[in-house]
Design a protein around this ligand. Structure first.
Ligand code: F6R
Length: 600
């Protein structure tokens, strides 16, 4: 995610801000900037690219209070204007999160004479604080935050006044001697202090060189506990997790929260997909969809096919991007390219092919301004934040999040889904992040089974309908990071040949959540059991029957049949992770896999 730093003390602020930002570089970013109150005015230095590039442009700045930011674009391209800090008169703001009602606030502020120069949602915050500023920055921040819907971690500077606040996005305060710090993550300031205070949701902090005052949302003072950080730098970068992959699996609830932010109103049953660039009438007229993608993104696309075909009358083909050019697409089709990086050469080549056929194109991606986003008619960003582990985890879950929203929206436009069903499904979808947190907190049982089977030569994953793509993704994840031979199969297909490979030495992981095909899945499990294979079932927490047919059960929270894949995959990711860990594999940098594959 984006990084925030702030400093108020007796030393020169600029070198400390730059150094602190560099300590957040490992998280990924596309632009950076700082603002320092220098004698009588605030000076801002920011640009697209690396922190070191911004550093090169800095003159001698003697000011001792300032803020800084590394940005990972979610609204607007990565460029100088969109980089933080954002300025409104004497007010300067850095922000992580998403302001969901920024369009409404922008209209209001434009009406009051404010001029917007960037494409970001953050600029609205700068103007709003400026609008309310009457000589006390803390008061102005409180007033502004009351108008805001969404998530935020912010640091605001006005003259030498420095204020921080958070809701649903992390922010900490570092306590020094004659100096205090703000940061979005501990590594940024660990070099300067180990005394850390965690800001809680809806709290505001006023930071001076000698003191930090904390307030709740009613502006009542709050007592906060100082924590002494014992971690070393490397552990701190991973927030205490052993690997980025495990950290990112745990970040999935937050990533999904961002994916959904501002796009769902479950009470009215409305879905708004910024960037889709299709009217309801145009959606209604789409007869056919082709999804093109590679690897993990292909598996997301395959679930997309099941969703669209279940919820709408649209026929969907899913093509491995490198094979698409040898297939045909009709000009009326909507072609959806799914790619976390937005740079995959095979997907880009297939997309260009589709444009050659005269198809309308849409990208689902994580990287704002990536090559694919510049070549399509519409883009929906998945907003996972940077993913450092090479094997995709949170970007896959966020891709699924977008595909659910898209399929519900198409179902609604095409008159195939009643308003009540959409409201029900959106309400269930909104519960998914908390349900993923519950699976994560149950990871010890998954670790136990992963370790037990980690010496296997072959592992099979089986599922049906919505969970068939998850069987494929489970197998892919295991292959990528543990180097065990793994196969994902549609469970009904085993009897057409692959059963020959199932023996007592071939563990099988079966996704058997309650739904349309539960009984059929149980039959497939019995076929496997007859070959004496050890079976682990992933089943609903209320299912008491499945124990009879399998050797072990990993329970997941119950949800709608079509939503179960987004929970089942978390078990698969953790299973792969702990298997690879037991085999001492280099989990975050597996062999022969790159984060962005730019060769065909
Ligand atoms: C799997 C993985 C790869 C990518 C594939 C496509 O963990 O990382 O299989 O999914 O290379 O990449 P994107 O989504 O960037 O197009």
């Amino acid at each position: 995610m984006c990084g925030i730093v702030g400093y108020n003390g007796r030393r020169k602020a600029a070198p400390i801000l730059i150094d602190s930002l560099k300590r957040l570089e490992y998280r990924g970013y596309d632009s950076a900037g700082i603002a320092v109150f220098n004698e009588s005015a605030i000076e801002v230095y920011k640009d697209k690219g690396k922190i070191a590039d911004v550093e090169k442009t800095l003159p001698e700045i003697t000011g001792t209070v300032g803020i800084g930011h590394t940005r990972w674009a979610t609204h607007g391209k990565p460029n100088k204007v969109n980089a933080h800090p954002h300025v409104s008169g004497n007010v300067v703001v850095v922000h992580n999160g998403i302001i969901e009602n920024y369009e409404q606030l922008k209209d209001k502020l434009t009406g009051s004479g404010y001029i917007f120069v960037s494409e970001t949602d953050t600029e609205v915050l700068a103007h709003l604080v400026n609008y309310y500023y009457k000589g006390d920055l803390t008061d102005a921040v409180f007033s502004a935050l009351k108008d805001i819907k969404g998530s935020y971690a912010i640091a605001v500077l006005c003259g030498s006044e420095l204020v921080a606040a958070r809701k649903d996005s992390p922010l900490i305060i570092g306590i020094g001697s004659d100096e205090n710090f703000i940061a979005s993550d501990i590594p940024a300031i660990l070099k300067y202090t180990r005394k850390i205070i965690y800001l809680d949701d809806l709290e505001v902090a006023t930071v001076t060189p000698d003191s930090v005052s904390f307030f709740d949302f009613n502006k009542q003072p709050v007592e906060k506990k100082i924590n002494n950080i014992e971690w070393d730098m490397e552990a701190a970068e991973k927030s205490g997790y052993e690997h980025f992959m495990l950290k990112e699996i745990h970040e999935q609830p937050k990533a999904l929260h961002e994916t959904f932010a501002g796009r769902i109103s479950e009470l009215e049953g409305n879905i708004s997909l910024d960037g889709l660039n299709l009217t309801e009438t145009q959606v209604k007229g789409i007869p056919r969809i082709s999804i093109i993608a590679c690897g993990t993104s292909f598996n997301a696309g395959l679930l997309g096919k099941y969703l669209f075909e279940h919820l709408t009358d649209v026929h969907v083909d899913v093509e491995i991007a490198s094979e698409f050019r040898y297939a045909h697409s009709s000009p009326g089709s909507l072609v959806i390219a799914i790619t976390q990086s937005g740079e995959t050469a095979d997907t880009l080549a297939a997309l260009r092919e589709a444009k050659g056929f005269g198809c309308r194109t849409l990208a689902i991606t994580n990287v704002v301004g990536s090559t694919i986003t510049r070549e399509v008619d519409g883009v929906i960003y998945i907003r996972s934040g940077p993913e450092i582990g090479v094997a995709a985890t949170k970007t896959f879950v966020s891709q699924l999040g977008v595909l659910y929203l898209l399929a519900f929206y198409f179902g609604k436009c095409k008159g195939k889904l009643s308003s009540d069903s959409i409201k029900r499904m959106l309400a269930s979808l909104k519960r998914i992040p908390a349900q993923i947190t519950r699976i994560n907190s149950n990871k010890e049982i998954i670790r136990k089974y992963a370790e037990k089977f980690s010496a296997s030569n072959d592992i099979f994953f089986i599922g049906r309908t919505f969970n068939y793509p998850i069987a494929l993704e489970g197998a892919l994840k295991l292959k990528e990071i543990s180097y065990i031979h793994a196969e994902g199969y549609a469970a009904g297909e085993l009897k057409h040949g692959p059963l020959a490979l199932i023996t007592k030495n071939t563990p099988v992981i079966a996704i058997a959540t309650k739904g349309l095909i539960y009984d059929k899945m149980v039959n497939n499990i019995k076929e496997v059991k007859a070959r004496e294979a050890p079976i682990i079932a992933i089943a609903d927490e209320k299912d008491t029957e499945i124990e009879k047919y399998v050797d072990a059960v990993i329970k997941i929270p119950a949800t709608e049949d079509i939503l179960s894949p987004i929970l089942a995959i978390v078990v698969m990711q953790l299973f792969s992770y702990y298997t690879a860990r037991a085999r001492n594999c280099p989990i975050d940098q597996p062999r022969n896999l790159a984060k962005s594959v730019t060769v065909e």
